[in-house]
Structures are given as C-alpha cells and as structure tokens.
Design a protein around this ligand. Structure first.
Ligand code: HEC
Ligand code: HEC
Ligand code: HEC
Ligand code: HEC
Ligand code: HEC
Ligand code: HEC
Ligand code: HEC
Length: 324
C-alpha cells in the first residue's frame, strides 16, 4: 500500500518533468549562428585601392622625384587601415574620398588637408528613426566625455570611422558584443597615450578602480562598461549618457536580483518570448548564471509539489502507524 503511493508520487513527478521537457522548458538552444558570410564587393574597390596601396599595410613605396628612385618607408601604425575590417564596417560601401578630400590621391599629401573639417554622424544620419541618432546625440551632449570636445573628442573616438560595425545583439554573439563594446572604452582607458591626448588628468588604473568587484575578469567578460556607467534610457537601444564616476552602479543587487537591470540594458535586444520561457530571467540563464537573477517558476512549483508529496507520505505513514 505505502509502496504504491510512493511509486505513484515518483511517477507523478517524473511525468511532470517529461511534460515540461516536451513543452520546451528545458530546451537546449541550438540555433545555427548566422553570419554575414557573403563577401561584400565595393563599387569603389579600385578607387579605394589607390589609398590602400599605402594605407593598407605597414610598408609603402613612393617615387622620390628628386632622387629619381622608389623609396620604401614604414606606415605609422595609426595610419594603417585594415582592408578586411574596412569592408565589413558600416561604411564599407563608401569611397575613402566620400569623407576625405579627393586631393589625398596626391602624395605627399598637401599640408592644409590636415585642417580639413570632418563630418559628424549627425550631418548624415540626422532624423534617423532606426538607430535614434538624434536621441544619442542629445545624450552624448550630457555625457562626461562631452567636456573633452574642445580637445578633439567626438563620436568618432568611440566609433572608428574605418572599422566600426554595428553589432546585432543575440544570444549567440553576446559575449563577442560585450568584448567588442568594452574594447571601445579600453582603447583609451587602458592606453595612456591616447588618454593623454585629451586630458591632463593623471592615469586611471582601471583594474584598481574596480577591485571592489569580485572576480573582476568574469564580470568584465559578462557585462559591458556601459551597463554600470550609463543611465538606462527606455527609448534608446544603446544608452550614451556616461555619468560621472560617482553615479556608476556599485550595488550588487542592481544585477543580482530578479528584476536585474541587465534586462533593460544588455538583454534589451532579446525578444519578449525568449525572456519568458519559464525562467524569470530565462535569457540571462542562457548566457551565464547570475546569482539571484536566475529562478525558474516551474521549479518553484515542483518543489512545492514534492514538499506536499513528502508531507502526504509522512501523513499516510503516521495514519497507518496509529491505526495499526
Ligand atoms: C604613396 C602613399 C600614400 C597614398 C597613395 C595615400 N596616402 Fe594618405 N598618407 C600617407 C602617409 C605617409 C601619411 C602620413 C604623413 C602625412 O600626413 O602626410 C598619410 C596620411 C594620410 C591622412 C592623415 C592626414 C593627417 O591628418 O595626419 C589621411 C586622412 C590620408 N592619408 C588619406 C589618404 C587617402 C584618402 C588616400 C587615397 C585617396 C591616401 N591617403 C593615399 C601615404 C599615402
Ligand atoms: C565615413 C567616413 C570615412 C570614410 C569612408 C573614410 N574615412 Fe578616414 N577618417 C575619417 C575620420 C572622421 C577621420 C578622423 C578620425 C579621428 O580623428 O579620430 C579619419 C582619419 C583617417 C586617417 C588618419 C588616421 C587617424 O586615425 O587619424 C587616415 C589615414 C584615413 N582616415 C584614411 C582613410 C582611407 C584610406 C579610407 C578608405 C579606405 C578612409 N579613410 C575612409 C572618416 C572616414
Ligand atoms: C558622410 C555621411 C556619413 C557620416 C559622416 C556617417 N555616416 Fe553612418 N552611414 C552613412 C550611410 C550613407 C550609410 C549606409 C551605408 C550602406 O547602406 O551601405 C551609413 C551606415 C551606418 C550604419 C549602419 C546602418 C545599417 O542599417 O546597417 C551605422 C550604425 C552608422 N552608419 C553609424 C554612424 C556613426 C556612429 C557615425 C559617426 C561616428 C556615422 N555613421 C557617420 C553615412 C554617414
Ligand atoms: C564613449 C563612447 C561612445 C561615444 C562617445 C559614442 N558612442 Fe555610440 N556606441 C558606443 C557603444 C559602446 C555602442 C554599442 C556598440 C555596438 O554594440 O554596436 C554604441 C552604439 C551606437 C549606435 C548603435 C545603436 C544600436 O541601435 O545598436 C549608434 C547609432 C551610435 N552609437 C551613435 C553614436 C553617435 C551619433 C555618437 C555621437 C553623438 C556616439 N554614438 C558616441 C559608444 C559610444
Ligand atoms: C559593475 C559595474 C561596473 C563595471 C562593469 C565597470 N565599472 Fe567603471 N566604475 C564603476 C564604479 C562604481 C566606479 C566608481 C568607483 C569608485 O569611485 O570607487 C567606476 C569607476 C570608473 C572610472 C573612474 C575612475 C576614477 O576614479 O577616475 C572609469 C574611467 C571607469 N570606471 C571605466 C570603466 C571601464 C572602461 C569599464 C569597462 C572595461 C568599466 N568601468 C566597467 C562601476 C563599473
Ligand atoms: C577617446 C578616448 C576615450 C574613450 C574611447 C572613452 N573614454 Fe572615458 N574618459 C576619457 C578621458 C580622457 C577621461 C578623463 C576626463 C577628465 O576627467 O579629464 C575619461 C573619463 C571617463 C570616466 C570618469 C568620469 C568622471 O566622473 O571622472 C568614466 C566613468 C569613463 N570615462 C567611462 C568611459 C566608458 C564607459 C567608455 C566606453 C563606452 C569610455 N569612457 C570611452 C577618454 C575616453
Ligand atoms: C552590472 C551587473 C552586475 C553587478 C553590478 C554585479 N554583478 Fe556580479 N555578476 C554579474 C554577471 C552578469 C555575472 C555572471 C558572470 C559569469 O558569466 O559567470 C556575475 C557573477 C558574479 C559572481 C560569480 C563570479 C564567478 O566567480 O563565477 C559573483 C560572486 C558576483 N557576481 C558577485 C557580485 C558582487 C559581490 C557584486 C557587488 C559588489 C556584483 N557581483 C555586482 C553582473 C553583475
């Protein structure tokens, strides 16, 4: 008698598990990674090649008219543009001379070209609805870096004109996106030469400044700098208002809680259905285990059933004992 009740309970739990699995609650994600594998062919391939012959690698050759012979020289690393990265960037369909003076076709480049004014994102993208350039511009103007504009800071400092490519955040490339986005900040914040171009501020040791964060490297690989340093804005996919350091996120439970702020920032791009999936923060669980943020409502429910079941078994046991 006791045994059959026990067996019944086990069977009940088992069927529950199986049906949950069939419903896809414990689904294993195996969507194939979609990549833009189709090679891009620029209409300006030949045109740009005039520049890539010198700017595409570490050495270039020019004819010295006075000496009447070819001279080989090293290209400054800052002046090298990687062709493959250029043709994968957002502005891959551009000719170099869309943004730069066509005078650059001549070498040596005329000195006054250095003074050439440069176009800003908003000059071409103003009024854009998809990426909210105007909203971003507005936020940027309130951000902590904006005061460095006079020193030469601009959108281009974070969005390299020749390599920046927008990253579509999906659960497949999330780690890549995080690394890519953090590299944007570290370009200056771990390279004092670049940092110094813009400020007299003494060097900031990024590692030291964040040593209050346990397992810093795991955190930096799982969250972006902008998660903690920007103000979340519902209307912008990527918040651009970098706040003063005193307002950065420091409280652990901003992320390590059921309504983790990561849902409003890092995981904003994930579809609503994916967010549900039985887990309160299903999508976070997909990527990493964020203590406190990952809980499963079915597991909660099942533990109640099991708990109830145990109580029932004990109850029945006691009942038969007393009535023996
Ligand atoms: C014969 C080699 C050669 C060719 C061809 C060449 N460049 Fe340059 N370019 C250089 C060198 C060397 C420098 C760095 C010295 C200088 O600024 O003159 C440079 C510097 C530059 C700079 C930076 C100027 C600054 O403000 O410091 C730009 C922008 C530039 N080139 C664009 C172009 C474009 C666009 C083309 C193609 C239309 C092109 N270059 C073709 C060799 C070349
Ligand atoms: C979408 C506009 C755009 C296109 C297209 C573009 N550039 Fe630039 N380029 C810029 C801007 C803006 C800067 C100044 C960046 C800065 O100062 O941070 C720049 C800077 C440079 C520099 C100086 C290096 C530096 O970092 O200051 C070189 C060299 C250069 N460009 C060459 C090229 C070549 C060669 C091509 C084509 C293969 C090209 N650019 C295409 C916008 C563009
Ligand atoms: C000279 C005009 C011009 C400037 C300056 C410019 N862009 Fe663009 N941008 C374009 C055009 C045109 C396209 C579309 C290119 C295409 O479809 O091949 C584009 C494409 C893009 C895309 C990709 C959009 C998509 O749907 O794939 C992004 C993101 C972008 N630009 C961001 C920027 C940012 C950020 C800046 C400033 C740092 C900037 N752009 C500066 C003209 C410009
Ligand atoms: C301090 C660095 C920084 C500055 C300055 C900056 N951005 Fe960004 N921006 C980022 C980062 C990081 C991302 C996320 C990149 C990604 O994953 O595609 C981003 C993303 C974007 C995107 C893509 C948004 C989307 O929907 O995916 C656009 C458009 C953009 N920035 C425009 C601008 C414009 C315009 C300016 C200047 C007014 C600017 N940014 C200045 C760091 C910066
Ligand atoms: C988990 C949240 C978090 C992440 C992720 C994070 N930061 Fe911070 N950061 C902070 C906090 C909080 C402070 C203020 C620390 C203090 O003053 O004690 C700070 C301080 C800073 C400062 C100012 C240091 C100073 O004293 O002048 C810089 C610069 C900075 N962070 C850059 C970055 C960069 C770059 C990244 C990405 C590689 C990053 N942060 C990632 C929370 C974070
Ligand atoms: C082109 C270089 C450059 C890039 C890229 C850059 N920063 Fe900065 N950042 C600076 C400089 C320079 C300062 C120091 C400003 C000062 O106080 O003079 C600074 C200061 C800061 C501060 C401290 C503000 C304060 O209150 O003192 C934070 C936080 C910060 N940056 C975060 C970021 C984040 C996050 C990113 C990436 C999205 C980023 N930075 C990208 C150059 C850069
Ligand atoms: C910006 C969001 C954010 C903040 C703020 C944050 N964490 Fe985390 N934390 C994460 C994420 C995401 C992970 C998952 C890392 C991974 O992939 O393993 C994590 C992982 C951890 C881990 C496990 C790391 C390991 O060794 O695997 C610990 C412990 C932790 N956090 C503690 C803290 C503490 C303590 C604080 C406050 C001082 C804090 N976190 C603040 C997002 C955050």
């Amino acid at each position: 008698m006791k045994f059959s009740i026990f067996r019944f309970l086990i069977l009940l739990v088992f069927t529950l598990l199986v049906s949950l699995k069939a419903n896809g609650i414990f689904r294993v994600q195996s969507e194939s990674i979609n990549q833009d594998s189709a090679a891009f062919i620029s209409p300006y391939e030949e045109d740009n090649q005039r520049c890539f012959v010198c700017h595409g690698q570490s050495k270039y050759t020019y004819k010295n008219e006075t000496l009447g012979r070819d001279i080989k020289a090293l290209m400054f690393s800052e002046r090298i543009i990687r062709k493959d990265e250029y043709y994968q960037s957002n502005h891959k369909s551009f000719s170099c001379t869309d943004c730069h003076s066509s005078e650059y076709a001549n070498f040596p480049h005329a000195g006054e070209l250095r003074m050439e004014p440069r176009l800003n994102c908003i000059d071409c993208h103003g009024g854009d609805e998809t990426y909210h350039f105007d909203g971003i511009e507005e936020e940027y103007k309130q951000s902590t870096h904006f005061k460095l504009e006079e020193e030469g800071f601009s959108c281009w400092e974070c969005h390299d004109p020749h390599t920046y490519k927008i990253s579509k955040r999906t659960s497949q490339n999330l780690k890549e996106t995080i690394a890519y986005d953090n590299a944007i900040c570290l370009n200056c914040h771990s390279d004092f030469d670049r940092f110094e171009l813009l400020t007299d501020h003494e060097e900031i040791n990024i590692l030291k400044k964040h040593d209050w964060l346990p397992n810093q490297s795991a955190h930096m690989a799982s969250v972006r700098c902008i998660e903690c340093h920007t103000q979340i804005n519902e209307n912008l996919p990527v918040a651009h208002l970098i706040k003063p350091k005193t307002e950065a996120v420091k409280r652990c439970n901003e992320c390590h809680s059921q309504n983790s702020m990561l849902m409003a920032s890092l995981y904003k791009f994930e579809s609503k259905e994916k967010r549900k999936d039985g887990f309160f923060n299903g999508i976070i669980l997909n990527q990493s285990y964020v203590i406190g943020a990952n809980r499963n409502e079915y597991l909660n429910f099942m533990s109640l059933i099991i708990f109830g079941g145990i109580l029932a078994v004990i109850g029945i046991h006691v009942f038969f004992r007393i009535n023996k």
